[in-house]
Design a protein around this ligand. Structure first.
Ligand SMILES: Nc1ncnc2c1ncn2[C@@H]1O[C@H](COP(=O)(O)OP(=O)(O)OP(=O)(O)O)[C@@H](O)[C@H]1O
Ligand SMILES: [Mg+2]
Length: 342
């Protein structure tokens, strides 16, 4: 059984920290350039608002919508939008003391603000739709994996049983030397069967469906311990079933992180911690291995390294966050955070 640890030693890292959060799809323009663009958005918003209030031109709304799209691209947050609207209204009010503002002006200002925000609404709808499509794709992939796992487990198992039977039949017609060779063949087949069973269980452990994430992670850790001798310490503070999308996603992420620890870390220990805090599921996987340059983890030119990218995508689909912390010689710490409702 994987060892359980009471605490996760933190060590004294001076880590390179890389935080990936959802919606961060654009590389932000550099500070000065961005500042200029935001200033230009504010200035044009005030002009357009003024034009709409005093000239009441419908085409101004189209320009407002386009400005909203620009603001989305420049990642101007909703609080900044509210502030910008407030400022623009202030400018118009204080600069026109002789003009009487009617209820109609306030209503029209509301129309302008809604038009600006509709660009945000469209973007978030697009994001929700893309996210739903990714979830469906993910479910289809999981179904396919389940099918392959069963095919390996049941299908290949039956073929192997047939080969055993044929070998027994052949054994009746061969001399002692031949029987010895056939016994070796039986042993190799047994080994193959064990390997196939292990692969099929790791692909889609029934234990994930039956006992949930906790059992599946223990199973996975057990299997890695047996295969590699790595000490894996699992601490599950959640102890309840989570939505299956979360369980599957976390299982896949932990599986990849354990694979990485085995392949790259040259570690002696891996610590896995699962806990729930304020409706968020936290999953931390740490090792005491050689570490690496974390800033390069999510940028692979050759496209041959898919582990971290896969984790990033799984986490993004569920609206979560990913943090990779490492420095050479100081191990790796990965923290995945997901909303608990899936
Ligand atoms: N635990 C770790 N310890 C040290 N280096 C790591 C660790 N995890 C990842 N790395 C480094 O980060 C790189 C990227 O990891 P990633 O999982 O994305 O790709 P990969 O494991 O090389 O390939 P793939 O996962 O597609 O089989 C690795 O090649 C390795 O250099
Ligand atoms: Mg990998």
């Amino acid at each position: 059984m994987p060892r359980r640890s009471e605490e996760m030693p933190q060590g004294s890292m001076t880590p390179i920290r890389l935080v990936e959060r959802r919606n961060k799809v654009q590389i932000p323009p550099d500070g000065v350039q961005r500042g200029r663009r935001l200033h230009s958005i504010r200035r044009r918003y005030a002009q357009l608002l003024r034009r709409y209030l005093f000239e009441n031109l419908e085409e101004v709304l189209l320009e407002i919508y386009e400005l909203g799209r620009e603001a989305v691209v420049d990642e101007l947050g909703l609080l900044s939008i509210a502030e910008m609207h407030h400022e623009a209204m202030g400018e118009i009010f204080s600069g026109n003391r002789d003009i009487q503002f009617s209820d109609n002006h306030y209503r029209m200002a509301g129309v302008v603000l809604s038009e600006l925000l509709s660009a945000y609404e469209m973007t978030s709808r697009g994001y929700r739709e893309a996210s739903t499509a990714m979830r469906h794709l993910n479910e289809m992939l999981e179904d396919e994996i389940r099918r392959i796992a069963h095919a390996i487990h049941d299908g290949a198992g039956q073929y192997l049983a047939c080969v055993h039977i044929s070998l027994y039949a052949i054994a009746k017609h061969v001399d002692d030397e031949g029987k010895k060779e056939l016994r070796k063949a039986h042993e190799l087949l047994d080994e193959l069967e064990r390997d196939l069973r292990r692969i099929s269980h790791e692909l889609r452990p029934r234990v994930l469906e039956n006992s949930g994430l906790s059992g599946a992670v223990e199973f996975l850790a057990d299997s890695v311990i047996k295969r590699t001798g790595l000490a894996i310490h699992v601490e599950d503070r959640i102890q309840r079933r989570l939505p299956s999308t979360i369980e599957t996603a976390l299982y896949r992420c932990i599986q990849e992180l354990l694979n990485n620890a085995v392949k790259h870390a040259h570690a002696s220990n891996v610590w896995i911690l699962l806990e729930e805090r304020r409706h968020l599921i936290h999953c931390e996987v740490r090792d005491d291995g050689v570490g690496f340059d974390a800033s390069a983890a999510l940028v692979h030119e050759k496209g041959s390294q898919l582990g971290f990218l896969g984790i990033k995508e799984r986490v993004a689909v569920l609206g979560g966050g990913l943090e990779i912390e490492s420095s050479r010689g100081r191990g790796v710490r990965v923290v995945i955070t997901l909303p608990a409702q899936g």
